[in-house]
Design a protein around this ligand. Structure first.
Ligand SMILES: [Zn+2]
Length: 154
């Protein structure tokens, strides 16, 4: 889940109930999907990302004027909105899950077992292509764990 993203960055564990940001994709079974998500090159990190990140941090500091709780809230909101930009809002993903559940006859797209009412996972074939009908499948938690491990979350 989302904690893995934080852990990957060496930050504190958070529980916002979002699924992991998927950095690569290697589905089980026969289907083949290209793995690589766009990543920044070292030069892009140096020339684009580092200055951007530093600017964002400076803005957060300036806007919060020494108020730690305000800075925290601004930072939290920024993080949330950026995640929504990538993943869509929770309401949209809930609807997509329902659609997928119907389309898949309430079965896990990987192992074929009956999907639990809660805790099923929307899995993207290609993270960059987002949460669309075409780019997702609904899977059980156990298959998700296996897939995440294969993708390098250990
Ligand atoms: Zn499964």
């Amino acid at each position: 889940m989302f904690e893995r993203f934080y852990n990957k960055l060496g930050l504190l564990t958070a529980t916002c109930g979002l699924s992991a940001l998927q950095l690569s994709c290697r589905p089980l079974g026969g289907a083949k999907y290209t793995l690589a998500n766009r990543r920044l090159t070292e030069e892009e990190i140096k020339k684009l990302f580092t200055p951007l990140f530093s600017e964002v941090r400076k803005r957060l500091t300036a806007l919060s004027r020494g108020k730690k709780d305000l800075r925290w809230a601004l930072q939290r909101k920024l993080l949330k909105e950026l995640i929504y930009d990538e993943r869509g809002k929770p309401m949209y993903r809930r609807k997509l899950k329902e659609q997928k559940r119907l389309e898949q006859n309430n079965k896990c797209a990987v192992c074929g077992s009956k999907l639990p009412t809660k805790y099923s996972v929307l899995d993207r074939f290609k993270a960059m292509k987002g949460y669309t009908i075409k780019n997702t499948r609904l899977i059980c938690q156990s298959c998700d764990t296996t897939i995440q491990q294969q993708r390098g979350y250990k």
